[in-house]
Design a protein around this ligand. Structure first.
Ligand code: KDO
Length: 330
């Protein structure tokens, strides 16, 4: 047969059709959005997730990580995932509580005791019960829980804070949702909504008197440059939920689902381990930077905050017995 351009082309097409897997489908694009800064542990854990998938499912996923809220504004990720415009995010209990009010129990200060308690609660039957409505009502599949850290007060000025009464009139930045603002109020402060990306400037200009975040985040976002003190209230053992849009999840084979879950667990565990180590070391770092770091009357904060939550409108949406059930997890 005379080889012409046409026969050569036909041959190439036939070869491509026969050789199957070598011409497998394009990798599935998985876009993740977060307001986190790139040096913070939960931002870095997304690379652990991506690398893990590249190992366990080579060529099957194209994970794109977008930090600093450049893709979606903080708090808009759940709606974007529900619509299928975003594949993954790390969402908070406060985000979820907007749609599934029972979740506000996990926005309450001084409920979750520590990282181990957090893991046991969310990786056990309570987690199962609470993840179900997130899938059904929000179109979001929670892959696993991660430790965002224990939130502490970080303030300008030198006024010593010992009890909630000392926070009267203090403009404390909180993320912009009812559940977050309530926490600020329960602590005794004048809670002011500001997006995460605007905190540094708001502190620098004095638009706010302080903010609350875990110590590793205070370091990563350089809040120590524009504040004078850290008050170790330890008011919220905070969680982030590494999650996927149900629309994306539905595109995966069973084998891919298992690999995505395993990669998520590897990532959150890596984050938790590093964050705990960092938390243990950071008091010295902030002191070196000239900040005053001290413990207030934590018992006074605990009792004021717990009372505020139990008497709140939020508590009316909590499933009967849930606080006892959470407390009983050992
Ligand atoms: C914050 O805005 O203070 C917060 O810590 C709230 C968390 O739920 C989470 O959104 C976090 O910011 C971002 O990931 C930035 O670290």
């Amino acid at each position: 047969m005379r080889i012409t351009r046409r026969t050569a082309l036909l041959g190439a097409v036939a070869l491509a059709t026969l050789s199957g897997p070598a011409f497998a489908a394009d990798p599935l694009k998985v876009r993740i959005s977060s307001p986190a800064v790139e040096t913070d542990w939960h931002a870095r854990m997304l690379t652990v997730f991506k690398d893990e998938l590249a190992k366990s499912a080579p060529g099957e996923f194209d994970v794109e990580i977008h930090l600093n809220a450049t893709l979606f504004k903080q708090g808009t990720e759940p709606a974007a995932m529900e619509r299928g415009n975003l594949d993954m995010a790390m969402i908070s209990a406060q985000d979820i509580a907007k749609i599934v009010p029972a979740w506000s129990v996990f926005t309450a200060g001084y409920l979750i005791r520590d990282t181990e308690h957090q893991k046991k609660v969310f990786r056990g039957p309570i987690g199962e019960d609470f993840y179900k409505p997130v899938s059904e009502k929000m179109g979001i599949r929670v892959l696993d829980v991660g430790y965002l850290g224990t939130r502490q007060l970080n303030l300008r000025g030198t006024k010593e804070i010992k009890t909630p009464a000392d926070l009267a009139g203090v403009k404390l930045r909180m993320p912009g949702s009812d559940a977050w603002l309530f926490l600020g109020k329960a602590l005794g402060a004048n809670a002011t909504p500001v997006a995460f990306g605007e905190i540094y400037t708001a502190l620098q200009t004095g638009a706010i008197d302080g903010q609350d975040n875990p110590l590793p985040t205070d370091k990563a976002a350089k809040f120590y440059e524009v504040t004078n003190q850290i008050v170790l209230t330890s008011h919220l053992v905070d969680a982030i939920f590494l999650s996927m849009s149900e629309k994306t999840w539905a595109k995966l084979s069973d084998a891919q689902k298992a690999k995505v879950k395993a990669a998520a667990t590897k990532a959150v565990d890596w984050n938790t381990e590093n964050r705990l180590k960092d938390e243990a070391e950071l008091v010295a770092f902030f002191k070196e930077k000239g900040l005053k770091v001290y413990a207030p009357d934590v018992a006074a904060f605990r009792s004021t905050v717990q009372k505020a939550y139990l008497a709140s409108e939020f508590a009316k949406d909590w499933p009967a017995g849930i606080v006892d059930r959470v407390n009983a997890v050992k």
